[in-house]
Design a protein around this ligand. Sequence first.
Ligand code: MF3
Ligand code: CO
Ligand code: CO
Length: 258
Amino acid sequence: MIILKNGREIDAMRAAGAVASAVLHDVAAAVVPGITTRALDEFAAARIKNYGARSAFLNYQGYPCHMCISVNEEVVHGIAGDRRLEYGDIASLDVGVVYHDFIGDTACTVPVGGCDLRAQRLMDVTEQALHEGIAQAVAGNRVADISRAVQTFVEKNGFSVVREFVGHGVGRSMHEAPQVPNYVDGKPSPRLRAGMTIAIEPMVNAGGPAVKVLSDRWTVVTQDGQVSAHFEHTVLVTDGEPEILTCSAKMLSGHPQR
Ligand code: MF3
Ligand code: CO
Ligand code: CO
């Protein structure tokens, strides 16, 4: 069952989205060569607390960190530890917060200092694919219209979409119906309606689409060892333009202040 949000719930989703986005920007700005992923996770915990929120990820199905940090060939769900980020790495940062009972979920991939052109193009294509998907998040369309827009754009640019992990409805729970795949499979696809809030999140591999889970039982990596990127926004479906809820600019206008 897909949960439609009313006006009050949408306002709460705007606030949660603003906090998640602000934390993601804070963490992204802290990514420098030499920092450990654990230090970044601790910084994320402090920023989340600063905004009066809590991590939606910590203890989720036993997940041990406040945010997901996935480096290079790591796709999603990386676990923070002693690893030091190096110049030339790319780091996928995924932040989920609970704020006044609602969740904001947002991710981006950033270079550590700088990176090679192939990794930069991968990040650019993944971010653009997210926005191609968001543009289809309009009442009357189907979820598959989002999926198709993402997949078409990624494959046109010579990269591949991950199949095993998908976007999702989001609200009081992190993962609600519907699933929002980044590929089309021909199965019946739900109609989008105004008041749905969904996380659209292309995970894009520079090489092949295949992934595997490491023995830590969380970290997802590409099977071919090539780099991967991940961008995500929580989006409100309306009868008109989609509204990106994970937008820190909303901090400025009556939503949570520092
Ligand atoms: N944020 C992820 C998503 O976008 C879910 C992370 S689950 C965790 O759906 F357990 F790894 F935190
Ligand atoms: Co996420
Ligand atoms: Co998500």
